[in-house]
Design a protein. Sequence first.
Length: 323
Amino acid sequence: MDDPSAIPDPLPPRRSFFAKPRIWLNAALFLLTAGSTFFVGVGWSANYRYAEALSRHPELAGAVRPWRDPAVLWLSLLYTVVLLGILLGHEMGHYLTCRRNGIGATLPFFLPAPTLIGTMGAFIKITSPITRKRQLFDVGLAGPLMSFVLSVPALAVGLALSKSVPALPSDGALYFGEPLLSKILMAVFARGSGAGEDLILHPIAFAGWVGLLVTAMNLFPLGQLDGGHISYAVFGSKARLISRLFLVLFFVMGVFFWMGWIVWALLILALGLRHPRTWDETSPLGRKRTLLAVLALAMFVLSFIPDPVRGYNVGDLIRQIWP
């Protein structure tokens, strides 16, 4: 018989990276994200500041020195503060709701990136299970609600400061789609661009636009997204079918509207569509939260942008390859 003492002790379970607070990492990522957002913001700020002059004198483009212009740097700082404020509000909505319900969660981790907006967003990691569907609903709704509330005034103020200029050369230019709310606010706060004109967004308006995009993308009823939490809390096990339908919709939108939806769909597939069950899956959600779910749907409709960047879909790509 084998000697029991010769059997090695089982390895202790590996602790999650997020089990231990790392405030230094939260702070470092936030500062890096502020830097990358400011860097990208200089380009958008210079576009706003010089658009009118360059539309009339395009030959001056080579003489522009945005990093030497205090006005451009100030506009970029405004963009950085407003955008990071919206993202921080979103994540703190989740974090504070977790704390109020006794659910473990980390502080926000920001993701710097040299993208069109300067960041890939932010996230918190929930470190303890959510066992009640009402708690799950509250945590899921809190983030999008905060980012929506912060984005609306930013977009309104920014649109009021935006300006129309004679149409700029379209070669290499980026054109952004508009959420329904932007069209409504534009009718109130901004003079729309007429024929032969382009509307140049103020950096604050662009930050508000990004905030609405983040709100809508998180409200999709898929997997571990905020909308996935809300959908599961409302529909229970039926939420899985809803997730699959929206995943198919992502691929369709990638063909006809924007290729980024396909990337988003693949990322969600990698993370998984399955949602952890709560102990009270079949319990009623309650009238108040059901009305709040309708509010979440309204926020999604107002914030959703089918083509965040126009002209970048699979159909357009195929036409370019085989004209």
